[in-house]
Design a protein. Structure first.
Length: 627
């Protein structure tokens, strides 16, 4: 029968399924299958017209199809009503539960506990679900979230983009894609999705908050603060929004305002821990005795989650360190790092193998043979090294020059490199990052350079000839950067190894620094970073220079002149007054670079030396410390 054939083709060839169902006659089953197929072809309005021919029914499938069609058209309220009926009629339907939860979130309404649990169960079991329909945007949306939960970010992006290709007004998928882009610091792409969502759902405070976050990452601090104000006007008791607004105020240089916002977040939600760390992370803030008592009390909560406990231990460690209480400070730092280490394992042996492979591959001859590859345009200045080494200071100095724009830490090159490496692996041309580098062609190098510059162009807010990308982790991308962008300038920022490693160990990173949570692993990582930087400096001496944080502190003008000369820039006296630069700074050192240079933190680690023996030993290479 044609109707049986149509049902069999629904999830594979919806166009043929639609035609067969329409040809099967005016019956209810044929009409339903035709509607389902029509929706999967991207014609949600046509699907609703067909569904309107059906008599009133308590069939969950009809309610689901109506809800899914309304969702694809951006009609959130109608979608919510229909999907709520579908879920009540069939609570076992994975896709109905997930689609209902998505529409509820989109409208800014809290998820009922039962629905939140159902969605969590669906995502946990998504890889084992049967009957998955990859022509249905709602299924694509579900599968995207399942891949996100498993860490498959590229797959999640592709699935959500496929859903939007079929249904451009499918706001639930657009919201998740926007949040992914924001997570990846892809500001312009996130803003392009979020701004229309805010316009269509002006009563959703969370959307205003997400919009504010995208603006903040784009360096538009005043606009971000306005968006946070709009969000808080809708949800003045939302502690998370107050916390995020504190970050924006810190980036703007308003430390007092940031402190008030963080304290407001704590007042609204005394059980949360992250604002305590945010206060500590201002660096210039000092906890009161009452603050320490409150944090200790929070640690005593038997229901405290490990991540929250880590925030508190890091904050208490900072408080004790500021009070010159080294032993209890280190006890808190050791506990905080142990908690983080259990959450974020790091394979140091695999990393060391990567560094060794990169050094073996990227000989001076290898790079010289590819010197004319890539996009030759000048403009990028990459600051690389270890976090907490002084790169924010160097960027602030350079960004105080009238010819330089500071863009903070960009994830763009790493994302592009990962996508390119993944493609080569899928094509069988490489099996890892090092072999992908060796397999690169000249046309691919140029395409990578062009793609990076195109992405950065959307972030630029000035027409200054040079811009700074200060993502420290680009140290691992330097060979690829050299091939893709031969006109780029590279500055390796370094700091005394013990001072830098200690700063890393006492920092509660949001993500990406899994090596920092164990003293031995941290020492080995820092040592390999120094070896890689030294090798690459010898392999491409004209493109790369090195500057030490301590030298900048001791001889500011001399080091500034070196930096500017490397960038082919004339000396500008305002670079010596970098702390007066009002630009937004969105990194850990935001408050520190707004002060004149001082030597207060250079040897802070020494008070804690008795508890850092494993780190000191791991930093040794033979009898010599790394440089």
């Amino acid at each position: 029968m044609s109707i049986d054939r149509a049902k069999a083709l629904l999830s594979q060839d919806p166009a043929t399924a639609r035609d067969l169902a329409l040809a099967a006659g005016p019956g209810a089953e044929a009409c339903f299958v035709a509607a389902a197929a029509t929706r999967r072809c991207g014609d949600a309005a046509g699907a609703l017209r067909l569904l309107a021919r059906l008599p009133a029914s308590r069939a969950w499938g009809i309610a689901y199809e109506r809800g899914a069609a309304h969702a694809m058209l951006g009609e959130a309220s109608a979608a919510l009503a229909a999907l709520d009926l579908a879920h009540r009629l069939n609570p076992q339907s994975a896709v109905a539960a997930h689609a209902l939860a998505a529409q509820t979130t989109l409208l800014g309404e809290p998820l009922p506990t039962a629905l939140a649990q159902a969605r969590a169960q669906v995502l946990a079991q998504a890889s084992t679900l049967t009957g998955i329909d990859r022509t249905d945007p709602c299924w694509l949306h579900l599968l995207g979230q399942a891949n996100l939960a498993e860490g498959n970010l590229d797959a999640a992006e592709a699935l959500w983009q496929a859903a939007l290709n079929r249904a451009p007004a499918f706001d639930a998928a657009a919201l998740d894609l926007a949040m992914l882009y924001e997570r990846q610091q892809r500001g312009p792409e996130a803003q392009g999705l979020v701004a229309p969502l805010v316009a269509r759902h002006p009563g959703n405070a969370a959307l205003h908050g997400l919009h504010a976050a995208t603006l903040l990452h784009a360096g538009k601090v005043e606009a971000a603060l306005a968006a946070f104000d709009a969000a808080l006007a809708l949800a003045p008791q939302d502690a998370g929004l107050w916390h995020a607004r504190g970050h924006a105020l810190a980036a703007a240089g308003d430390a007092d305002g940031a402190i008030r916002a963080y304290r407001q977040a704590l007042a609204l939600r005394p059980d949360q821990a992250e604002p305590w760390w945010s206060l500590a992370n201002l660096k210039t803030f000092r906890f009161s005795p009452e603050d320490r008592v409150a944090m200790e009390a929070a640690l005593a909560d038997p229901g405290l989650l490990p991540g929250q406990a880590a925030h508190l231990h890091f904050a208490l460690g900072r408080a004790r360190l500021d009070a010159a209480e080294a032993e209890p400070a280190m006890a808190h730092f050791h506990r905080a790092n142990a908690l983080r280490r259990a959450q974020v394992p790091f394979d140091i042996a695999a990393h060391e193998a990567f560094v060794a492979g990169t050094i073996a591959t990227c000989t001076p001859a290898f790079l010289a043979a590819r010197a004319d590859w890539g996009d030759p345009r000048e403009g990028p200045v990459f600051l690389v090294g270890l976090p907490r080494s002084g790169s924010t200071l160097v960027e602030q100095i350079l960004a105080s020059h009238p010819a330089v724009e500071g863009l903070s830490e960009l994830a763009d090159f790493t994302l592009l490199a990962r996508q390119w490496t993944g493609r080569l692996i899928r094509e069988g041309r490489a099996h890892d990052r090092v072999s992908a580098l060796a397999a690169m062609r000249a046309d691919e190098a140029r395409a990578l350079g062009e793609a990076y510059l195109a992405r950065v162009a959307r972030l630029r807010q000035t027409d200054r000839p040079l811009f700074v990308d200060k993502a420290p982790g680009n140290l691992l991308n330097l060979p690829l950067i050299r091939l893709a962008l031969p006109g780029a300038r590279i500055i390796h920022v370094r700091r005394d190894p013990m001072a830098c490693a200690f700063s890393l160990y006492t920092q509660d990173f949001a993500a990406g620094q899994g090596y920092s949570y164990d003293l031995v692993t941290l020492g080995r990582y820092c040592r390999r970073a120094a070896e890689l930087a030294a090798h690459l400096h010898e392999a491409m001496p004209q493109a790369m220079m090195s500057v030490a944080y301590e030298d900048v502190v001791d001889d500011l003008e001399g080091q500034v002149r070196r930096l500017l000369a490397h960038c082919n820039l004339p000396f500008a006296p305002e670079t010596l007054r970098f702390h007066e630069n009002p630009r937004a700074v969105r990194t850990i050192s935001a408050q520190q670079v707004r002060q004149p240079l001082h030597r207060q933190g250079l040897a802070r680690w020494q008070a804690c030396a008795p508890w850092l023996g494993p780190l000191a030993e791991a930093l040794l290479t033979g009898d010599d410390k790394i440089r």
